[in-house]
Design a protein around this ligand. Structure first.
Ligand code: HEC
Length: 112
């Protein structure tokens, strides 16, 4: 009998085995990437609201860490629509998608 290359079934089986082996690693890498992306997004607020939304005591900065998620998102949307008058936030919020504002509200609410 002559040597034959592995059949289609064998190739599919080994591809599935490889996928099963890699998928936990891939999903971990995805989560890590999401976390980094969220932190990078949140760092754009750090100038004025402190690292992770923790304003420095005695500074005239608005503290965001630990505020309720709904409250943060409602304020961001109100700034964006002009419903809540602001000196700067009405401009800043226009630069973010709704999804990004939701991510930010969730992130800052989760900070202690
Ligand atoms: C250049 C400074 C600056 C930056 C950058 C900035 N903010 Fe603000 N933020 C303010 C100021 C000032 C206010 C008060 C409202 C106003 O006058 O614009 C405020 C108010 C807020 C409020 C309302 C807080 C409350 O207690 O009602 C939220 C929520 C907020 N900012 C979120 C953010 C987020 C999220 C980012 C990043 C995308 C961000 N801010 C970036 C200056 C800034």
């Amino acid at each position: 009998m002559t040597h034959r290359p592995p059949g289609r079934l064998a190739r599919v089986a080994s591809a599935m085995a490889l996928a099963a082996l890699l998928s936990p690693t891939l999903s971990q890498a995805g989560e890590q990437e999401d976390r980094l992306r969220t932190r990078a997004l949140a760092s754009t607020c750090a100038h004025c609201h402190g690292t992770d939304g923790r304003a420095v005591q005695g500074q005239p900065l608005v503290h965001l860490a630990g505020l309720p998620q709904d409250y943060i998102l409602t304020q961001l949307m109100a700034f964006r629509s002009g419903q809540r008058p602001a000196t700067i936030m009405h401009q800043i919020t226009k630069g973010y998608s709704l999804e990004q504002l939701e991510t930010l509200a969730k992130y800052f609410a989760a900070q202690k």
